[in-house]
Design a protein around this ligand. Structure first.
Ligand code: TTP
Ligand code: MG
Length: 406
């Protein structure tokens, strides 16, 4: 099912709060940042000030030279944090799936909200109105099927932007943009892409993924997918944002099921070990599979009880992989992660719980816990290789050393 992701970014946030709190400043160039007589920088400025060439991170002295008549104000962090909490509160009326990115920015997954509140476009309009009416501030909104496109959309027509990216307009909107608009493309990658003759997202979309992989490794493939408007990252509410995972890209694509099952066990073993090292237990098990055509699938399941046992992570991961794409195509990448460490991620209990052989379960669980403790201690003391499962040893020897999971 196509997701409905909304990205919201407040317009000239700090400066807009200052204008709201002091209506005399409305319509005027307001610059928030360091003392204009000092050596600090501009945090942000109103759109009126941007006409003078002032922008974030600019030396404040330069801003002063460009616009001496501007209203220069210090940063009132606590006030902006307070307004930010009100914004997030207001957003949470439409979905619990909110991922704040900064004080003035957040992703919302509205896929499940449409049945209750109307289309995502209608929800977006309501949010803009709510924020204007209740907080006296303006926001820009982008709506699309994933995070990357939604974020890009909110930035296309700032301020007061409202852009919806659809399969029909995605090419037209993306193709002419410079590659540095893609997540993960900094000046270095941009220069490298330029050497390959790739300057725009359209050029990247039409490029050869093998060439990108050869030049940038896994990052190259991610860029290729982004250029196609593909991005499968979920919206992660704050407590779920943390996850512990491992993935591996094979040097040669493989369809060998028993090998892949062994790799899953290896990945699960590493994830569980890290969970225990960080004293974390998680309820959400996610697998990621990329096939030889670069099609990426993620599947997740939620357990009733949090775990840090590789046995359980492996058995759930294996089921997910079997449901997803087992043997359909040759696999290029396989990943396992565990999240849901906080209160979220709970599943609804059945009305009639099956009877469990409780005592037997508890004993087996305790024994397994003790075994992990012992193995962890041995590994802490003598290194990771001191004790391992035969299957893992076998798959490890098949995977090229340069191929080890990061
Ligand atoms: P942004 O959303 O990047 O900027 P903005 O909201 O001021 O303007 P717009 O989104 O309309 O382009 O950042 C949000 C706030 O973060 C901004 O109001 C001030 C602060 N900030 C800094 O302190 N330093 C910086 O370099 C940037 C970019 C932002
Ligand atoms: Mg902003």
């Amino acid at each position: 099912m196509e997701r409905k992701i909304l990205h919201i970014d407040m317009d000239a946030f700090f400066a807009a709060v200052e204008q709201h709190d002091n209506p005399d400043y409305f319509g005027k160039p307001v610059i928030v940042g360091a003392d204009p007589r000092g050596r600090g920088v501009v945090s942000t400025c109103s759109y009126e000030a941007r006409k003078f060439g002032i922008h974030s991170a600019q030396p404040i002295g330069e801003a002063y030279r460009l616009c001496p008549q501007g209203i220069f104000l210090p940063v009132r962090g606590e006030r902006y944090a307070q307004v930010s909490r009100c914004i997030m509160q207001l957003l949470s009326e439409y979905t619990p799936l909110i991922e704040p990115l900064s004080l003035d920015e957040a992703f919302l997954d509205l896929t499940g909200s449409e049945k209750i509140f109307g289309s995502s476009a209608e929800i977006g309009k309501r949010i803009v109105k709510d924020i204007q009416r209740k907080l006296g501030l303006s926001a820009s909104i982008g709506i699309a099927s994933n995070k990357f496109l939604a974020k890009l959309a909110s930035d296309l027509q700032k301020p007061h932007g409202f852009v919806i990216i659809t399969p029909e307009n995605v090419g037209e909107l993306l193709d002419g943009l410079k590659v540095n608009r893609l997540w993960g493309v900094g000046p270095k990658t941009e220069a490298h892409l330029q050497q390959l003759g790739i300057e725009t997202i359209g050029m990247l979309r039409r490029s050869d993924p093998e060439v990108l992989a050869a030049n940038f490794g896994e990052v190259g493939l991610q860029l290729y997918l982004l250029a196609h408007g593909q991005d499968d990252r979920p919206v992660l509410p704050e407590e779920a944002a943390k996850s512990i995972g491992h993935e591996i890209t094979f040097q040669v694509d493989t369809g060998d099921r028993s090998f892949l099952a062994g790799v899953l066990l290896w990945l699960s073993d590493q994830v569980a070990r890290r969970l225990r090292q960080q004293s974390c237990k998680g309820r959400i098990i996610t697998v990621k599979i990329r096939d030889c055509n670069f099609k990426t699938l993620t599947k997740r399941t939620t357990l009733t009880e949090a775990t840090d046992f590789e046995e359980q992570i492996y058995s759930e991961a294996l089921k997910l992989v079997q449901q997803a794409a087992w043997g359909i195509n040759r696999v290029r990448l396989l990943g396992v992660s565990v999240s849901g460490f906080g209160s979220e991620g709970g599943t609804q209990l059945g009305l009639f719980e099956e009877e469990q052989p409780m005592l037997q379960c508890a004993c087996a669980h305790r024994d397994l816990g003790k075994l992990h403790q012992t193995v962890d201690r041995l590994r802490d003391r003598f290194g990771e290789g001191i004790i391992t499962k035969g299957t893992i040893l076998h798959v490890k020897s098949k995977v090229d050393r340069s191929n080890e999971p990061e």
